[in-house]
Design a protein around this ligand. Structure first.
Ligand code: NDP
Length: 479
């Protein structure tokens, strides 16, 4: 037994993570259900480091140093359970199984509990950064026991991305915490992408800019506070021309967005937790709506807004307003994500360091951005920070942005351009800053039709009004 880590499942992610471990000096046992992939890996990349190829499960397990560390990178869902079921009988107490697939955190909790009974540590670990990240340094979000992190942490930190010398990997919390946080990361990623897409459409249809010009605007934005991987690649995609037709690439792609489901999981879980992730939800629904061809056919051609063109100098001013709206909406979407992580931690008993989450997302993952360092710093300055908006600099930025943000949403409404994530973010901001919400009326309606009771502003207790009996005093129901 000579391998410090074993990787089973050698499709794009597993293969690149195995290479990353090997390039970092670890001896890596490699295994795949179909042995051809194992052979191909060793043939193509064997020179990069020390690999121990294994064709049988037994040989693979025998190649691992104790306590054994086995990373599963197979298709998420049923295949993960199958692979765990095959390996568990071959392992011993103290061994560790890491699942780096995109598992649902509730599945991770279930698997962790089952394996814990056998004395095996199960570490559900979020891995972000796609194929390239897996090879050059992903952002890694491991859950599982603190004991397993003491052994695995240094290895995972070594292969992760690094920013300012800090690894983009930290122990997130026990059992499913890592996969939960990865899920929220993906939800935030959906919101980020939808906000970018809305900004693009406004610049195109209201600003009158061509895709190549919008690419230049995104390049400029990428030098400022919006600087991020997604803004950077937006410029590249917008500048890209289709080789066949010579048209802008965005004009030859069908406008029906797909998803693998992590955004959906985020929204479903948010509903269960009571976390108001409205920007993430709108981003998820916007993808779903874009793909509903029949519904779109039924609505197409209905009257929309005005089509007034902006003059060039007006378009330049509008562009600056869109930057403000995009930034403000992004702050809201991130605040919603962090709120959800806080809610998940409270529900499932995880001790999650909210600043550390920002720290490990600064590099390696899809939402990597300079902005995350500010979230890290805000939590470092105030570990009890309840919201980004409770921090002075974010609050000041939103105060500056709020007028242009409103103007952009108003222009979009006048012009009939859908901005579900911009407007959901603005509505969230206005909801939470309001001194009075019409929730009071909702409570009245609920009491009217269902005797659901209400609380008064002027005295304690729960009350019910006898709506059908005018003149009868309200009843206090909690005494
Ligand atoms: P896939 O999700 O396409 O899975 C293919 C791998 O799973 C192959 O190695 C395949 O083996 C193996 N496999 C499938 N079913 C079984 C089974 N029943 N028993 C044993 N092995 C099985 O691979 P990816 O590399 O794209 O992703 C791996 C994991 O990482 C997934 O959970 C994915 O969600 C996650 N992930 C992917 C990212 C990405 O960008 N692609 C990013 C982050 C996470 P065989 O060769 O024999 O068919």
């Amino acid at each position: 037994a000579s391998a410090q880590i074993g990787v089973t499942g050698l499709a794009v992610m597993g293969r690149n993570l195995a290479r990353n471990f090997a390039r970092n000096g670890y001896t890596v046992a490699v295994h795949n259900r179909t042995p051809a992939r194992t052979r191909a890996l060793v043939e193509e990349f064997g020179h990069e480091g020390a690999f121990v190829p294994a064709e049988s499960l037994q040989d693979f397990v025998a190649a691992l140093e104790r306590p054994r560390r086995l990373l599963i990178m197979v298709k998420a869902g049923g295949p993960t359970d199958e692979v765990i079921g095959e390996f568990a009988p071959l392992l011993e107490a103290g061994d560790m199984i890491i699942d780096g697939g995109n598992a649902h955190f509730l599945d991770t909790r279930r698997r962790e509990q089952g394996l814990r009974e056998l004395g095996i540590h199960f570490v559900g670990s979020g891995v972000s950064g796609g194929e390239e990240g897996a090879l050059h340094g992903p952002s890694i979000m491991p859950g599982g026991s603190a004991e397993s992190y003491a052994v695995l942490g240094p290895m995972l930190e070594k292969i992760s991305a690094h920013v300012d010398g800090d690894p983009c990997c930290t122990h997130i919390g026990t059992d499913g915490a890592g996969h939960f946080v990865k899920m929220v990361h993906n939800g935030i990623e959906y919101a980020d992408m939808q906000l970018i897409a809305e900004a693009y459409q406004l610049l195109r249809e209201v600003g009158g800019y061509a895709p190549a010009e919008i690419a230049e605007i995104f390049r400029r934005w990428n030098k400022g506070r919006l600087s991020s991987y997604l803004i950077e690649i937006t410029a590249e995609v917008l500048a890209h021309t289709d080789a066949d037709t010579g048209k802008p690439f965005v004009d030859i792609v069908q406008d029906a967005a797909e998803q693998k489901g992590t955004g959906r999981w985020t929204v479903q879980t948010a509903l269960d937790l009571g976390s108001p992730v409205t920007a993430i939800a709108q981003a998820t629904f916007a993808r779903v709506a874009s793909s509903r061809a029949q519904l779109r056919a039924a609505y197409r051609g209905l009257p929309g807004g005005t089509d007034q063109e902006l003059r060039r100098h007006e378009a330049e001013r509008f562009t600056e307003q869109v930057e403000q709206a995009l930034y403000a909406s992004k702050v809201i979407a991130y605040d919603q994500g962090w709120t959800m992580i806080r809610d998940g931690a409270a529900e499932y008993g995880w001790d999650i360091d909210l600043g550390a989450v920002a720290r490990i997302w600064r590099g390696g993952c899809i939402i990597r951005a300079a902005f995350l360092d500010r979230i890290r710093a805000a939590h470092a300055a105030d570990p009890g920070l309840a919201s980004l908006l409770a921090e002075d600099t974010f609050a000041a930025e939103l105060a500056d942005a709020q007028v242009p943000w409103r103007e952009v949403v108003a222009v979009a409404a006048h012009r009939g351009i859908p901005v579900p994530a911009f407007s959901a973010s603005l509505a969230f901001y206005d909801t939470l800053r309001s001194a009075h919400l019409p929730a009071a009326l909702i409570q009245g309606l609920r009491d009217f039709f269902g005797a659901h009771t209400y609380h008064r502003t002027d005295r304690p207790g729960s009350y019910h009004t006898h709506w059908a009996e005018p003149g009868r005093p309200e009843t206090r129901t909690d005494q």
